[in-house]
Every structure is written in C-alpha cells, then in structure tokens.
Design a protein. Sequence first.
Length: 371
Amino acid sequence: MSQPVKPSKARPVEPSHGLSRRRVLAGASAASLVSLSAGCGELVLPGSGSGSTTGGPRRSAVLLPLSGQSAELGQRLRTAATLGGGPGIGIEIIDSGSTAESAVAAATAAVAAGAEMLVGPVFSAQTEAVSQAVRVPIVSLSNNASLAGRRTFVFGVTPAQSAQAILSIAAQRGLGDVATVVPPGTFGAQSAAAAERVGTALGLRVRPTLVRSSAEGLVAALQASGPLPKAVYLPAADATLAGFAEALRGQGVQLLGSTQWSSLDLSGRPAFRDAWFAAPDPLRFAAFDETYSQVAGSPGGIITGLAFDGVELLRILGQAGQLSVRGLTRDNGFTGVVGPYRFLRSGLCERGLGVLKVGAGEFSLIGSTSV
C-alpha cells in the first residue's frame, strides 16, 4: 500500500539556531513550545486540549513488549508512556510480550476488559496478528506502511514520510536531479520506492536506484549515465552509510538522509558536513527528549516520542468519547512531540517533519513539512 504524495508541503526556513548537542534529538531548549508543568512533571503540548467530554474518559490500552527478547525496548517505551506520572485515567499499559501470540493474548484481554482502541503493538508480525484477532482500531508503532488497513493505522515514521520531507526541501532548493543509494534489504527497498514516488510527484529527475553492499565503485556507478547527480539520498543509517558518505565527499553532490540519521553522532565527521536529513522538528522534540533523558538516564530517540504521542492520542480521544476510526481521522489531525500528524482513512499517516543541516558540531533547521 503506497503512501500518498502531496507535491507542495514544504515550508522553507532560513538557517537559524544551532543545536549544539552531539545527538540531534537530545538538546536545544524549547520550553516555549513543549514544556513541563510546574510541580507535576507533565509534558504539555500546544493545541493538544482534549475538547469536550462525554461523561469522562473511555477505556483504551497501550501494548508494549515488557517481557521477552524485546523487554529492554518495552521498558524504554513504558518510561515515555508514563512521563508525568502515568498514562491517564482509562488508559492501561499491557505487556504484549515479544511474539505474535503474546501480542494477540494481550490485545484480546484488553478488548474483553473494555478497551475501545489500542496503541501498539510495536512489531509488524504482532500488529498483523492482532489486527486479525480484534475489531477495534489499532494504532501500530511499526513503520511498515503495508500494515495499513481499515482498522489498522501505522504510526511509525515511514520511509515515505522521510522521503516527502527531505525531497520537498531538495526540490525547493533547486536540486532537481537525485539518485538514491541503498543497501540490500527491506528498508532499502521501501526507501527507494518511496523516493521514486515522491520525487516523481515533485517533478524531480529520479535516477535508477543503486543497491550496493559497499562504497566500492560508487562514484563510477553514479557517473555511468552521465555527470553526477546534484543530490544523493542515503536513507539507511547502517554500516554502509559512512562508506557511502566518504566516497561522495568532495564530489560536489548534496548528501540527503532520512530520519534514521537522527540517532547518529554526526559531529566531527567531515564526510557529513553540510548534509541535510529529515528529523522531528527539534523545536517540538527537544524538550521531550531532554525530559525523557533525565528520567531514563539516556536519550530515547524517535520511538519513545511516538509512545508518548500515542498515549496523548488516547487521552484526547478518550476524554472526547471518540475512540473510533472517525475520531482518529478527524480533519484537523493532532500535534505531538514528534510533530504534527493526521491519519488517513487508508490507515496511513501524514506527518510533518523538519530538515536539518549538519554543521561543525551543531545542526540548523533549514525547512519543514506540514500536514
């Protein structure tokens, strides 16, 4: 199932404040946008009021892998989900385990106890199994867009969302000729397909994707059909990324990256100097990640922000008596610490992201996309 493309959604921003921390998503004061309420440690989002209530909150549940091989991840997500003292009245956090069978057991128990909507599970196989076992809306924390369906909504940051953000800014900046280089594997294939769809819709010349396990011969391969492209998109932040970036250093091409780059320490790495990559807008995300880091002892990354936003989503819809597909797909969408987002009837999610430029020990916000 493909992600919808809207060609003109980018908002240019001139380079402004630098983000001085080594990790992109672990710094920069943003208290005016996302702040802690005095005395209670609760994160407050602008414009996230619950609206009218209909007899108090309804019941819902968050499914997290608190046991099994993914228990460490589950505990990190639980920390995010309970910032401010707990998920809220009517919202229960349930251990989904790390297998499809344990997730189904958790989901069916939650629904039997009255849950009208589920946030989670985290993994694709769990989400697929749960969607077949229950008949309530599911907001999966997976980023696998193929899971989207009539009652299953994909909340993870997808390859299409990264491509939409970074290629929109590239188009605005006149980088009309783009090549995508990915390693073998599912994420690379999904990212390449998304870049082709989005780039074509934006009017870019999108060259055939190069799938490579190493940087050997990369420049020659890019020159096989003529001069080097103006930009090269490297969405995968795995072991191949540093080699790809180093091979392209000094070649006069603009490096582009996905939200996967957000978890990397890019400071002091010359090959990434002046590169652009998609990321949660730091003005929204930084205060959350700072608060999470103080509680957990280490930065959490994008997925912990999604867990926090998922709980806030349940709180808003539960208090409004709208734990339903109709509530999820409301026209004005939602505002979260990862950024603004809006669910579509297809089960996909439109998401606004920022685009950051790598500097000498800091990062500048150069643009953003909206929903």
